[in-house]
Design a protein. Structure first.
Length: 141
């Protein structure tokens, strides 16, 4: 009988641990195309590129910013853009701006967002197809 009670207590304790949620799990979870999961409150930021392709940005369950884009009108897989410092502080992609970098079709893209302490941080891609710079303050670039 004591073993049975001990087993019941262990099961109840384990069940209680399974119910405890981390902050990301406590937030409402939404699904995006391509199997992406994100925190509903932050939504999906959609963005059209000058070459007719599209991009999407969202804040994932890990609080990192994730993106995907189209190539020949077909969506890529989701790719993490990482987290702005300090870790775990992304709130939402608040604005995305595209401007022409030069006359040869290189278009710069900026993404800015608020982190949990209210600071605005940003990331810039110098041209279509180029790698994104690291997270920094938007006036850095």
């Amino acid at each position: 009988m004591k073993k049975f009670k001990a087993a019941v207590v262990a099961i109840v304790t384990m069940a209680g641990l399974a119910v405890a949620a981390t902050p990301a799990q406590a937030a409402d979870t939404c699904s995006a195309g391509g199997g992406g999961k994100y925190i509903c409150d932050y939504g999906v930021t959609k963005h059209s590129l000058p070459n007719g392709e599209k991009e999407q940005f969202l804040v994932g369950l890990d609080y990192a910013v994730w993106t995907r884009w189209t190539v020949n009108q077909k969506w890529t897989s989701w790719v993490s853009m990482g987290m702005p410092a300090p870790v775990g502080t992304a709130r939402a992609a608040s604005s995305i701006e595209v401007t022409s970098g030069d006359n040869q079709g290189n278009f710069q893209t900026w993404i800015t967002l608020l982190n949990s302490n209210g600071a605005t941080v940003g990331k810039m891609r110098p041209a279509l197809g180029a790698n994104w710079y690291t997270w920094d303050f938007p006036n850095c670039c």
